[in-house]
Write a protein that binds this ligand. Structure first.
Ligand code: 7RM
Length: 633
């Protein structure tokens, strides 16, 4: 099994070794996995040519590492606990043996339908075990999964399916989220009208909602798996064969298909899960993310299963049937490690303490946070009321592109400080750089966060667009990976992430690109042009403010126009990208070359109109006063 760091001294030693001899370090970590063939080269390439590779020459299947290799020693152990949205519906407890059978059976089903190694498969499913089974089955046969979060619109699905040229879709008829019903199949049907590449769509019956099955294209999951064997020999994958694509928003244009490969991702997800959470064999682990995001990929499915852990999947929302639901779930299963997002913590905090009455929570040992900076107040509330001042909080900083956690305390080992992600994990070399790209070598510093060298879990490319990958991450600061985040380092060498330094906004922990939202708003029939910025929000961390220029013939009331814009964004992207505030303006501040000065809008949105700076060089300085007036009202 993997080696677990057990003291601060050991962390320091391991860290030093990982930096001075990374290949030796990662080879030792990799030894504990099941390989069909060992690597010939631990690491090659680098950031100069953006051609880094890990464990080249090795052959493996990640699902044998997630499932098969555990069966002899603990096949009857629970792999997945599934808690349904509705507490009165039965839960599901799936052992490693059962998971093995289900994954094998679905692997055979996929192969029967014609899915082959290298095919891209889109998965649009609710938080049910079949989502994990579907992704693992893809990995088992060498198909590349591209999971789309269940909150995205038909248009978003279509865009992703087209970009990845998916031939296969896996979905469900519908699902429940709180008191809402989501008709996933209908959404997929709409998406697939624009997706000629899709050959078959497999539909899991979760809800019995009425659906129309398209002849020749749509097949029921249960019909396909019926006659399939529960044995399957996992396909042998090369270390650098693609494992999955996951779309994520950037500063410009459409979401990018971040590509992760097999061996490096596996080693890194497993290693970080074990060490950050200080996972123990008997622990019940619960991450509240959706599998549709990277956190769910790495820390609901791959990381925990690679360690033989019991991972809890919850279908619903924190407020259903009331705001005490999560605490009930923790008590019901005796959850030991709990991993959630600051936005959820703040929403729960806002409900006061009454939903904590009668809840025990004594099983909790480690608490985690991810997705955005956690403010001190939320940290203290979490520490006091959920962790009862005895559970370390791991504030884990990472990204879709990093595959796993890069900067974080090790639970109970690294002394924590509220709102600090603290120290880099072994193998990770953070640097802060100033706007000119100079490395800030003083201990105490503030700048843009870059990473100096590759780590195994790093994304390898943007699907079918390596140029864009290089452009986005490796050209701003030559020879370094640029994260897009601003960051401070204090006198202890601790890192504190200050937030995005680019045109990406984390809204309730969801990553949203301003350009995407602007493009969506501009599709609205009454809109000429728009500019979107983020501003601080008590619960969501950041919220979206949209400045919109209307067409002269848009004569409906402001209320109707705002509703229309909001619905357009929901239709094109999904409800998570809806602007919190929409401000109608007669012009947007632009430079002489016609570029929108978002910096000015940001200051106004942040409630600091006095700090917009010099506006005299603008093409239209007069609009600044108008906008200031409209936002302060
Ligand atoms: C895991 C995830 C990545 C962006 C990242 C940051 C922000 C994530 C933290 C954080 C402060 C944290 N992937 N972020 N974790 N900021 N402290 N612990 O969220 O691709 O969706 O977003 O999220 O800005 O660049 S992501």
């Amino acid at each position: 099994m993997l080696k677990k760091i057990s003291s601060l001294l050991e962390y320091e030693e391991q860290y030093q070794q990982s930096i001075s001899s990374p290949e030796k370090f990662w080879a030792e970590v990799a030894e504990s996995f099941l390989w069909k063939k060992k690597w010939s080269n631990v690491f090659s390439g680098g950031f100069e040519k953006v051609d880094y590779k890990w464990f080249e020459g090795a052959q493996l299947n990640i699902t044998e590492n997630c499932i098969d290799r555990h069966l002899d020693s603990f096949g009857n152990k629970t792999a997945i606990i599934w808690e349904p949205n509705n507490p009165s519906e039965p839960n599901r407890i799936i052992s490693y043996n059962e998971l093995h059978k289900e994954v094998c059976r679905f692997s055979n089903s996929l192969m029967k339908l014609g899915v082959t190694k290298g095919d891209t498969v889109c998965i649009y499913m609710p938080m049910i075990p079949e989502l994990a089974i579907a992704m693992l089955a893809c990995a088992r046969i060498g198909a590349i999964h591209s999971i789309v979060f269940g909150g995205f619109s038909a248009q978003s699905i279509a865009g992703r399916v087209q970009d990845a040229e998916c031939k296969w879709m896996i979905t469900a008829d519908g699902c429940y989220r709180g008191d809402k019903q989501l008709h996933l199949k209908n959404i997929v049907d709409e998406a697939l009208e624009q997706c000629p590449s899709i050959q078959k769509s497999i539909v899991f019956n979760r809800s019995n909602f009425p659906v129309t099955m398209k002849e020749g294209r749509d097949v029921w999951w249960n019909d396909v798996v019926k006659d399939c064997s529960t044995n399957h020999d996992a396909v042998s994958m090369e270390a650098e064969d693609p494992l999955f694509i996951l779309y994520t928003s950037g500063s410009t244009g459409k979401p990018k298909g971040v590509l992760h490969t097999t061996a490096g991702y596996m080693v890194y997800a497993a290693y970080t899960f074990l060490n950050v959470f200080q996972y123990n064999t008997e622990d019940i682990y619960w991450c509240t993310a959706d599998i549709g995001w990277i956190t769910g990929h790495s820390y609901i499915v791959y990381g925990p299963l690679l360690n033989g852990a019991t991972t809890l999947m919850y279908e619903g929302v924190p407020q259903f049937p009331d705001w005490g639901r999560w605490w009930n779930v923790i008590d019901k299963y005796g959850v030991n490690i709990f991993y959630t997002a600051p936005t959820a913590i703040r929403s729960l905090e806002a409900q006061g303490l009454k939903f904590l009455e009668g809840k025990n929570l004594s099983s909790l040992r480690v608490l985690g946070s991810v997705g955005e900076p956690i403010n001190e107040e939320a940290w203290e509330w979490y520490h006091k009321n959920i962790g009862k001042e005895k559970c370390p909080i791991v504030d884990t900083w990472w990204q879709t592109e990093t595959g796993g956690i890069l900067i974080s305390p090790l639970a109970g080992i690294t002394p924590t400080k509220p709102s600090f992600a603290t120290l880099p994990l072994p193998g990770v070399e953070p640097v802060l750089v100033d706007a000119n790209g100079n490395e800030l070598t003083e201990k105490v510093a503030e700048g843009n966060l870059c990473i100096k060298k590759s780590w195994p879990g790093q994304a390898r490319t943007i699907y079918k667009d390596h140029e864009k990958f290089i452009q986005t991450y490796f050209t701003t600061y030559k020879g370094k990976y640029f994260t897009g985040d601003g960051c401070r380092r204090d006198e202890d060498g601790y890192y504190r992430i200050t937030g995005r330094a680019d045109d990406v906004i984390k809204v309730s922990g969801h990553r949203i690109g301003t350009a995407e939202v602007e493009n969506a708003i501009n599709e609205s029939p009454s809109v000429v042009e728009s500019a979107v910025v983020g501003y601080p929000h008590d619960i969501k961390g950041n919220a979206i403010m949209a400045f919109v220029i209307l067409k002269s013939n848009a004569t409906a009331s402001d209320e109707i126009l705002k509703k229309e814009i909001s619905e357009t964004v929901t239709r094109i992207i999904g409800p998570i990208a809806r602007p919190e505030k929409i401000v109608f303006v007669s012009g947007l501040p632009k430079t002489r070359s016609g570029k929108i000065m978002r910096r000015i809008l940001r200051k106004i949105a942040e409630g600091e109109p006095d700090k917009v700076g010099d506006v005299t060089t603008l093409l239209n300085p007069e609009v600044v006063e108008e906008i200031k007036g409209k936002v302060s009202r």
